[in-house]
Design a protein around this ligand. Structure first.
Ligand code: 4H7
Length: 222
């Protein structure tokens, strides 16, 4: 999959996407990631990307010209152009699974007070929010989406992790897990897990998952 990111803060992306599973996916060519500075698509001496809102009001908006030039230069008919904004459709694991089927994503990060509305109307295929809170710009949401989508691409996760991904999609929170030692500072691992009775262990885990989900995330219970 190819993912292009359009941002005013390309430096924010150095680090988080250069480690671990995402880096391995990039090295193997499963993920072709490019971070593009919106200012490259300005033509004036000051590389202006923003301006005051018509009708007045606080703050500045991303102006249409650099954004239209950038999207027209980076996107084609098969590109899914996605704005990251606090007012978008809520991003979750099912949206991630859907995005993972696309061949090219263009993630457009907002900043200042947002976008000129013509960007939303004429360039965007989709507008996503990673949750109900306000960030200074869309770089962190873009990185969240890149991470979530990349680990779903074929061959990126090992078999164990893929199996856990499937159990998450069953819709319950994870059951408690323990490793050695069986007793640590007097704190014992539940006997059932040491019993070797696989059916009993599976039953206990499902009960734990259900109890946790009901307590913490009742919205996930069907
Ligand atoms: C578009 C419009 C996404 C993008 C406005 C982006 C939260 C999320 C942004 C804004 C984002 C999310 C600019 C409005 C900065 C607030 C202080 C970038 N915040 N911002 N203002 N939840 N901010 O996915």
């Amino acid at each position: 999959m190819k993912i292009d990111v359009l941002t005013l803060f390309p430096g924010m992306f150095a680090g988080p996407l250069d480690e671990s599973i995402i880096q391995r996916a990039r090295e193997r060519g499963v993920l072709d990631l490019r971070i593009v500075n919106l200012r490259e698509f300005t033509h004036d001496r000051h590389k202006t990307v923003d301006d005051k809102p018509f009708g007045g009001g606080p703050g500045m908006l991303l102006k249409p010209e650099p954004m239209f030039e950038a999207v027209e230069s980076l996107a084609n008919e098969r590109t899914r152009v996605i704005l990251l904004t606090p007012g978008g459709r809520k991003f979750d694991q099912s949206v991630a699974r859907e995005l993972a089927t696309q061949e090219h994503l263009l993630l457009v990060c907002g900043s200042y007070e947002g976008f000129d509305e013509r960007i939303r109307e004429h360039l965007a295929d989709d507008e996503l929010s990673i949750g109900d809170y306000v960030l200074t710009n869309g770089a962190l949401p873009a990185m969240v989406i890149i991470d979530t989508v990349t680990r779903l691409l074929p061959g990126v996760l090992g078999d164990d992790e893929s199996a856990r991904e499937e159990s998450f999609s069953a819709g319950l929170l994870e059951y408690p897990q323990y490793t050695r030692p069986a007793e640590f500072r007097g704190l014992r691992v539940p006997d059932v897990l040491l019993s070797g009775h696989h059916a009993e262990i599976a039953k206990w885990r499902l009960e734990q998952s259900r109890a946790r989900t009901a307590a913490v995330r009742p919205d996930l219970m069907k």
